[in-house]
Design a protein around this ligand. Structure first.
Ligand code: NAD
Ligand code: SSN
Length: 501
C-alpha cells in the first residue's frame, strides 16, 4: 500500500501478446495503397505500465503521405459510384461484427499500449464499435430536400454528397474510439480516409483497419500512415486532394492544423481540450454525485477530454463531499491494467506524470490542502497516486489548464451565481456537469454553462447517439449522433428549369 492506494505488479508484453487468439492483429506496418508497408525509419512504442518496449513501427515520410492521399483520392470516386448507401451500411455492419468477435484481442492490444485497465479497454472496444453500428444504420438516412421555386417551371432539390478524401488525426487516450467516431461516418457518407494514428498507440488503429479490410471495405478507401514525423503528417492539412480534416487532440495542435487547412479551404472538425467544471449543489444526492465524480474523474486515469477538471462544491456540503470522495479514492488499486484487481492504470508517459506533479506542487505552494495521493509512484511505469486536493482557488494552474491525470481538485463556492461564474471562467467549453435535485436550477444552470455537452446528475455523457463536441476553444463540429454524418458531406442544390407543366 502507498498513500492509501494499493499497488500491484506489472505484466510483461510478451505474455500478453502470446495470448492473442489472432496474432496477425498485432501489426507494426502502415497500410498504404492497399498494402502493408514497413520503412527503414521506425519509432518505438512502450508499455506505460512497465516502461518495456512493445514494438518498432513504420515511420512514414511526406512522400508516403502523398502516395496514400493520391491512392485514397482515386479509390473514393470508385467507392461512391459503385455503392448504394445501404450497401455501405452493410460493409460497416460486417466490420462491427468482426470487431465484436475479436473483442478480447483488441482489448489486449489496447490495454498493452495505452495502459487503461483491461475492463476499460474492453469497454472502449465496444464503445468504438458502437459508432460503426450507429453509422451502419445512419448511412441510409441521409436525406435531401425539395424546395418550392420562385421561378416558373422550375424544380429545386438538394442532395448530400461525400466531401471526398478525409484526413483523420487522433490522440492516444482513446486509441480505438476516436478513430471509429470519425472513420465510420466518413465511410458511411462515401468518403475515403487517410488516418494518422498517435505514435504512442498505433497498434489498435492498425488492428481495427485490418478488420475493416477483412469486412470488405475497399482497401484503398482506408489508409493508415503511422509516423513519428509530425511535419510529414501536416500533409493531411495542406494537400489539395484532401477535402476535410478531422482532428482530435490538443488545442494548440488543432489550431495549427486549422490554420494550415485554410490554405486550401478544407472542411475542418476539431475536438480539442477541455477544462470541465463538475458542480455539486447542496441539494444534490451526494452518493450519486460522488459516484459520478469517480467515474468522470478517474476513467482512463483522468486522461479523458471530458474528465472533471474542476470539482466545484457548495460550501455547506464541502466536508461531507470531500470525506466521501477521499474514501473512494483511497480504495482505488493502481497497477498494470492486465491485473483484474486493478482499477487505475498508468498515465501514458513520463511527461504526463510530470504535468500532474507540477499541478499538485503548484496548488500546494499556493495554499491547497493535500487530502490524499500527491506524488509519482516509485516503481517502473508511469504511475501517479490518485490525488484529491481541497482549498483549490483560481490562482492555481489547475484552474486554467487541463491536468489530464488522476487529480481531483476541489474548489468551494457559496451561491449558484458564483458557481456558474467559476465554471465559465475558462477558455475551454467541452463538457460540464451539475448535480442538483431542483428542476428549475438544473434548467437554469444547464442553460448558462458554456459547454457543448452537459451531464445532469450523471458523469456518463458519451454515447454513439449523443452529439459530441465543444464550444469556445474546445473546437467545433459534432461527432456521433444524427449530426455526425453531415460533417463528412456537402450539400448540393440542383435547380431544374424549363420544365413543361
Ligand atoms: N475533444 C475531444 O474529443 C478529445 C478527445 C480526446 C483527447 N482530446 C484532447 O487531446 C489532448 C491529448 O492528446 P494528445 O496529447 O495526443 O494531443 P496532441 O495534439 O499532441 O496529438 C494528437 C494527434 O495529433 C498528432 N500531432 C501532434 N502534433 C502534430 C503536428 N504538428 N502535425 C500533425 N499531427 C500532429 C499527434 O501525433 C496525435 O496523433 C488533450 O488536450 C485532450 O483533451 C480531445
Ligand atoms: O477523451 C475524449 C473522448 C472520450 C469520450 O468519448 O468520452
Amino acid at each position: 500500500m502507498e498513500n492509501g492506494n494499493s499497488l500491484t505488479n506489472g505484466h510483461s508484453n510478451t505474455n500478453q501478446l502470446s495470448e492473442l487468439a489472432d496474432k496477425s492483429l498485432f501489426i507494426s506496418d502502415s497500410f498504404v495503397d492497399g498494402a502493408w508497408i514497413s520503412t527503414e525509419r521506425q519509432f518505438d512504442v512502450f508499455n506505460p505500465a512497465t516502461d518495456e518496449k512493445i514494438s518498432s513501427v513504420a515511420s512514414l515520410d511526406r512522400d508516403d503521405f502523398i502516395k496514400a492521399i493520391k491512392s485514397a483520392h482515386v479509390a473514393q470516386k470508385k467507392y461512391y459510384k459503385s455503392t448504394t448507401a445501404p450497401a455501405r451500411g452493410a460493409l460497416l455492419r460486417r466490420w462491427y461484427e468482426l470487431i465484436m468477435e475479436n473483442k478480447r484481442d483488441l482489448a489486449t492490444i489496447l490495454c498493452l499500449e495505452n495502459g487503461k485497465t483491461f475492463a476499460e479497454a474492453e469497454g472502449e472496444v465496444v464503445y468504438a464499435a458502437s459508432f460503426i453500428s450507429w453509422f451502419a444504420d445512419e448511412s441510409a438516412r441521409s436525406y435531401g430536400d425539395t424546395i418550392p421555386s420562385s421561378s416558373p417551371n422550375t424544380f429545386i432539390y438538394t442532395v448530400r454528397q461525400p466531401v471526398g478524401v478525409c484526413g483523420i488525426i487522433t490522440p492516444w487516450n482513446f486509441p480505438a474510439a476516436m478513430i471509429t467516431r470519425k472513420v465510420a461516418p466518413a465511410l458511411a457518407a462515401g468518403c475515403s480516409v487517410v488516418i494518422k494514428p498517435p505514435s504512442e498507440t498505433p497498434h489498435s488503429c492498425l488492428a481495427f483497419v485490418k478488420l475493416a479490410v477483412q469486412a470488405g471495405i475497399p482497401a484503398n478507401c482506408i489508409q493508415v500512415c503511422t509516423t513519428k514525423d509530425r511535419e510529414a503528417a501536416t500533409e493531411l492539412a495542406t494537400n489539395p486532394l484532401i477535402s476535410k480534416i478531422s482532428f482530435t487532440g490538443s488545442t494548440n495542435v488543432g489550431k495549427m492544423l486549422a490554420k494550415l487547412a485554410t490554405g486550401t479551404l478544407k472542411k475542418v472538425s476539431l475536438e480539442l481540450g477541455g477544462n470541465a467544471p463538475f458542480i455539486v449543489f447542496d441539494d444534490a444526492n451526494l452518493d450519486i454525485a460522488v459516484e459520478a465524480a469517480m467515474i468522470c474523474k478517474f476513467r482512463c486515469t483522468g486522461q479523458t477530454c471530458v474528465t472533471a477538471n474542476r470539482l466545484l462544491v457548495q460550501k455547506t456540503i464541502l466536508p461531507k463531499f470531500t470525506a466521501a470522495l477521499v474514501a473512494k479514492v483511497n480504495a482505488l488499486t493502481v497497477g498494470s491494467g492486465f491485473d483484474t484487481t486493478v482499477t487505475q492504470g498508468p498515465l501514458v508517459n513520463k511527461s504526463a506524470v510530470a504535468k500532474i506533479h507540477e499541478h499538485v506542487t503548484d496548488a500546494i505552494a499556493r495554499g491547497a490542502t493535500l487530502e490524499t495521493g500527491g506524488k509519482p509512484l516509485d516503481r517502473p511505469g508511469c504511475f501517479f497516486a490518485p490525488t484529491v486536493l481541497s482549498g483549490v482557488t483560481t490562482s492555481m494552474l489547475v484552474a486554467s489548464e487541463e491536468t489530464f491525470g488522476p487529480l481531483a481538485p476541489i474548489f468551494a463556492f457559496e451561491t449558484e451565481e458564483e458557481a456558474v461564474q467559476l465554471a465559465n471562467d475558462t477558455e475551454f467549453g467541452l463538457a460540464g456537469y451539475l448535480f442538483s435535485r431542483d428542476a428549475s436550477r438544473v434548467y437554469r444552470v444547464a442553460e448558462r454553462l458554456e459547454c457543448g455537452m452537459i451531464g445532469v446528475n450523471t458523469g456518463k455523457i458519451s454515447a454513439s447517439e449523443t452529439p459530441f463536441g465543444g464550444v469556445k476553444q474546445s473546437g467545433y463540429g459534432r461527432e456521433g449522433s444524427m449530426y455526425g454524418l453531415e460533417e463528412y458531406q456537402v450539400l448540393k442544390a440542383v435547380t431544374v428549369g424549363g420544365l413543361d407543366r
